[in-house]
Design a protein. Structure first.
Length: 632
C-alpha cells in the first residue's frame, strides 16, 4: 500500500523505481536524495520503492521481529549507515550502530565494538535510518513506499510499466522512467532432487520437506517436538535453524566451570538434528579480535596482479599464477604472530615483498625453534584429510574435537593464533582479487575453480559465526541433540516402507540415519537462469536480462558464475541480444560471481555511481526536451 501517492501536479515528475529496499537499496536511495538535494532537477522527482514487507531498509535478514539469539556475523563496531560524504546526506550524518545502540538501549557496560549482537537490533537501526531519510526528502521529491512484490517490467515508449502485486493481492501497473534492481537474496527454481523430496513428503503423512528455513520462527514452528530432523548445510543458516529448534523452544545454555556451555533441554526439541554437508564440519568461529580496519597486503597487491596479467597471453589471469602470492601473504601473517617480539620478527618485517629473503628468515627461525610448526594451510582447509573413521560415533567425536580446537583458536585471536591471523588475510586478498576477477579478469577455468572450489572452502574457515554460536553447537552435540554421525557427504534417499528420509555415509561403512523431516538449511547462491522469483523469471523469459559469461573465444569455453550480465562500472543490464539498457541498473547480490563480496552490510561505491548517473541521464532528458521545445 503506498504510504504517499504522487499528487496530480507531479504527473510530469521524473519517476525512479528502486525494487528491493534492503541495505543496498537503502544506500542507493540515500545517495539519490543527496544528489537531488545538491543539484536539483528542473522537474520534480517521484521515487517509488518496492519491498516485500514493510521493513524498508532492514530486509528479512535483519527482521526486527526475529529472536534475539539470531546474531550478526560481523562485529557491530563496523556497522555504519552514514559513511557517505559527498554530496552531503540530506538528513545529516546519523549515528553509527555503536552510538545508536548506546543511546537507545543503554547497556550496563559500554560496548567496545567487538560484540556480535542480534540481527533484530541491526534491523531496528536500519529501519530508523530509513525513517530518518523519509522525513528529510528534499524539496520537489516525493516518495511512494509499496509493500508487495514487483513481478514484471515492460518497456512503454521511453518509460516502463512496472507490474506490482500488493500485499492485499491487488495488482497495479506503475509507470517509471528509471529502475534500480536491488533485489538481494533470491530463491531458485527447484531441481530434480527437491521436486522428488517434495513429492515424497506429500505422499507420506509423517514426512516433511522444508526447502528454505526463513522466516525461521514460522518455518521451524511446523516441526513437532521429538521428531528426527535432517538438515542439509552446516553453515550460518543451519545455526539459525538449530537455535530456533532448541533455544527457541525454551531450552537454555549455561556457562559452567571449564568455560564451556552446557545445554539444558526443555523437552520440546526434536529428538535429533542431523546436519550434513560435503565436509560434515561446522564453520570455524571468527577470531575475537578480527580487525575492523583493513590489514595492508605485502605480496597480493594490485601492482603484482597487473604485472602478472601483463604476461598472460590473452590478458586473463590464471589462478595458478596468483595463488602463490596468497600463500606468501598467509605465511607472512603466520610467522609475524609465531615469532612474537623476537629479532627474527624484525628481520621478517624488514623483508618487504622480497619472498626469497622472507623464506630465508623463516627457515633459519624454524631451525632454531624446532618446536614451531611450519605453516601449512591445507589441513586448515581440509581438517579431515586422509583420516578414516571406523564409525559414525568416531566421526561425531572428531567434529566435537574440531569445534573445541577452533573455539580455542578463535579465543586466542589474531594476536595469539598464527593460523587465525594467516587465514583471515583472505578478507583483504578477496577484495584485491575481486577487483581483477570481475568482467573476465581470470580465465574461465580459474574463475570456476575460484568460485566453486576455493570460495566455499575459505568461506567455511574465514566467514564463520561468532564464537558463542560454535560453543552452542558443541553443547548441543554433547547434549545428544545434534548428531554429526552421518554428517560427512551422505547419500540421501527416501524410504517408502518407513515413510522417512535416509542418509547413508559411504565414507564411514555402515553409517546411516533416518529422519522424518528434511530441511534445506542453505541460502541459495545466485543463478539468474534459475531464479524463482516472478520478476527475474519474466525478465529472463522475455530476454530483457541474460546471464554473465566468462568466455574464451579460442575454444568457446564459457563459465557462468550465476550473475546477471551488466556493463562495467555503470551496472546497466544487458539483454539477450547483447544490447545495453541504460534505464535499468542492478546492485548487489544478483551480480555475485562476477563482482564478489556483495553479501555484506558494507557500503561500496556503486550507490554513489548509480545516483550520479541516473541524475545525469534525467538532466540530459530535461535538456533535450528544452531544445526540442525551443526548436518547435
Ligand atoms: C542468513 C544471513 C545472515 C546474514 N548476516 C549478515 C551479517 O551478520 N552481516 C553482514 O554484513 N551480512 C550478513 N548477511 C549478508 C547479507 O547479504 C547482507 O547483509 C545484506 O542483507 C545484503 O543487502 P541487500 O539489500 O543486497 O539484500 P537483502 O538484504 O536480501 O534485501 C533485498 C530486499 O529486496 C526485497 N525484494 C527482492 N525482490 C523484490 C521484488 N521483486 N519486489 C519487492 N521487493 C523485493 C526483499 O524482500 C528484501 O527486503 C547475511 C546473509 C544471510 C543470508
Amino acid at each position: 500500500m503506498p504510504i504517499e501517492s504522487p499528487p496530480n501536479e507531479m504527473r510530469r515528475a521524473h519517476s525512479i523505481a528502486i525494487i528491493g529496499l534492503g541495505p543496498k537499496g537503502f544506500y542507493c536511495l540515500e545517495r539519490l536524495l543527496a544528489e537531488f538535494n545538491a543539484r536539483p532537477l528542473r522537474r520534480p522527482l517521484h521515487i517509488h520503492i518496492f519491498n516485500r514487507n514493510a521493513n524498508f531498509g532492514a530486509s528479512p535478514i535483519y527482521d526486527p521481529e526475529q529472536p534475539e539469539y539470531i546474531l550478526v556475523n560481523i562485529s557491530v563496531g563496523s556497522i555504519d549507515l552514514w559513511t557517505a560524504e559527498n554530496p552531503p546526506i540530506v538528513a545529516g550524518r546519523g549515528p553509527d550502530f555503536l552510538s545508536w545502540y548506546q543511546e537507545k538501549l543503554r547497556p550496563r557496560e559500554p560496548l567496545t565494538g567487538e560484540e556480535y549482537l542480534s540481527r533484530a537490533d541491526v534491523g531496528r537501526y536500519l529501519l530508523e535510518g530509513f525513517h530518518c531519510l523519509r522525513n528529510h526528502l528534499p524539496h520537489n521529491v516525493t516518495l511512494s513506499c509499496h509493500v508487495g512484490e514487483a513481478i514484471d517490467i515492460r518497456p512503454e515508449g521511453l518509460s516502463y510499466q512496472l507490474e506490482f502485486v500488493a500485499e492485499s493481492g491487488h495488482t497495479e501497473q506503475i509507470l517509471v522512467d528509471k529502475i534500480l534492481l536491488a533485489t538481494g537474496h533470491s530463491r531458485l527454481t527447484p531441481g530434480i532432487e527437491e521436486n522428488h523430496n517434495q513429492a515424497f513428503a506429500r505422499h507420506h503423512s509423517k514426512a516433511a520437506f522444508i526447502p528454505f528455513v526463513y522466516p525461521v520462527v514460522e518455518t521451524m514452528g511446523q516441526i513437532p517436538g521429538g521428531s528426527r530432523v535432517a538438515m542439509r548445510g552446516v553453515g550460518l543458516t543451519f545455526i539459525d535453524a538449530a537455535l530456533e529448534l532448541t533455544e527457541g523452544r525454551e531450552g537454555y545454555f549455561e556457562r559452567v566451570a571449564d568455560r564451556a556451555l552446557l545445554y539444558h533441554a526443555s523437552g520440546k526439541e526434536p529428538q535429533s538434528i542431523i546436519p550434513y554437508s560435503r565436509t560434515g564440519l561446522p564453520m570455524a568461529p571468527k577470531a575475537y579480535d578480527l580487525p575492523q580496519l583493513a590489514r595492508p597486503l605485502t605480496f597480493f597487491t594490485r601492482d603484482a596482479l597487473f604485472e602478472l596479467s601483463s604476461h598472460a597471453s590473452d590478458g586473463k589471469l590464471d589462478l595458478e599464477s596468483l595463488w602463490p602470492l596468497f600463500e606468501l601473504e598467509m605465511e607472512f601473517q603466520y610467522y609475524r604472530v609465531t615469532m612474537a617480539d623476537s629479532d627474527e620478527r624484525k628481520q621478517l618485517e624488514a623483508c618487504g615483498n622480497d619472498a626469497e629473503a622472507m623464506r630465508r628468515v623463516i627457515d633459519s627461525y624454524l631451525r632454531a625453534h624446532t618446536d614451531t610448526e611450519r605453516f601449512d594451510y591445507r589441513p586448515v582447509l581440509d581438517p579431515v584429510g586422509k583420516r578414516r573413521f571406523a564409525s559414525g560415533a568416531q566421526f561425531a567425536l572428531f567434529v566435537e574435537r574440531y569445534m573445541e580446537q577452533e573455539i580455542a583458536r578463535a579465543r586466542q585471536g589474531h594476536s595469539g593464533s598464527g593460523i587465525k591471523a594467516a587465514i583471515d588475510i583472505w578478507y583483504e586478498v578477496r577484495k584485491t582479487l575481486g577487483s581483477v576477477l570481475q568482467f573476465g579478469g581470470l580465465n574461465p577455468e580459474s574463475h570456476k575453480r575460484l568460485i566453486e572450489y576455493y570460495y566455499p572452502r575459505l568461506k567455511r574457515i574465514a566467514f564463520g559465526p561468532p564464537i558463542i554460536n560454535i560453543e552452542k553447537l558443541l553443547a548441543l552435540s554433547k547434549a545428544g541433540i545434534l548428531d554429526f554421525s552421518v554428517a560427512r557427504n551422505p547419500r540421501v534417499s527416501t524410504n517408502e516402507a518407513n515413510g522417512c528420509f535416509e542418509l547413508w555415509c559411504d565414507e564411514i561403512p555402515g553409517t546411516s540415519a533416518q529422519a522424518e523431516i528434511l530441511i534445506d538449511a542453505r541460502y541459495p547462491s545466485v543463478n539468474i537462469r534459475r531464479d524463482a522469483t516472478p520478476l527475474y523469471r519474466n525478465l529472463y523469459r522475455r530476454g530483457m536480462v541474460r546471464a554473465y559469461e566468462n568466455w574464451r573465444p579460442a575454444d568457446s569455453f564459457a563459465y557462468y558464475p550465476g550473475a546477471i550480465d551488466m556493463t562495467e562500472g555503470t551496472h546497466f543490464i544487458i539483454d539477450g541480444a547483447g544490447t545495453v539498457n541504460d534505464d535499468i541498473a542492478v546492485i548487489g547480490i544478483p551480480t555475485e560471481g562476477n563482482l564478489v563480496g556483495n553479501l555484506t552490510l558494507d557500503r561500496d561505491s556503486y550507490s554513489s555511481i548509480w545516483a550520479a548517473e541516473v541524475m545525469k541521464q534525467l538532466r540530459g532528458r530535461e535538456l533535450a526536451a528544452r531544445r526540442t521545445n525551443r526548436v518547435s
